[in-house]
Design a protein around this ligand. Sequence first.
Ligand code: GSH
Length: 203
Amino acid sequence: MILFNGPNTPFGRMALATALELQVEIENKVIDVYSSEFLDAINPLRQIPALVLNDGRAIFDSRVICSFLGALRRDERLVPRDDWDVQTRWSLAIGLMEASVARTMELRRPAAARSETVIKNHDRRIACAITGLEAASAELCTGEPRIDRLAVAVALEYIDFRSVCEWRSHAPELARWLGNETERPCLAASRPREAQNAAPAAR
Ligand SMILES: N[C@@H](CCC(=O)N[C@@H](CS)C(=O)NCC(=O)O)C(=O)O
């Protein structure tokens, strides 16, 4: 199986970390999504991550890939299909990724095209999502590895990596937990190379 991935995408990292945690063998192929026309035939949305199975079928998006990998392993511990609390916290973490990526992209637009209103909306959504996850920290930060937990770690590390915002003072429980969680092998092995080289404070 080939996982078409990017160098820094949190969605792709979540899929890769899931494969690593479940010990599913995949080839992780880092591509430039913007110039990869061949991807249209795999994912008509031309987005990464996209997983191509050995029989040629394509699976996307990141949530479906993670669920597929869990089903492949017949292991419901990491991705529990019918646990709606876990699924909802997972959605919140994915929403946090989406807002953080969108804010980062907005800031890359030429100053004249940038919208302060759009940035403010992303900031509000990011702050509220972090508040919601902090309120759920008792469920999130304990027990065996689970997809909601893995997704929150990936989202928060992306926020640090792109300097999206200072969140630790608003979410002390998550901050304390992330300090150790980052050492989990599937997170360490999927961390973007640029982030590995950056000092923690500068991520
Ligand atoms: N809902 C998708 C979102 C994936 C996504 O937005 N990927 C970005 C990279 S972070 C991408 O492919 N961007 C290229 C584009 O949208 O043109 C998922 O969860 O996989």
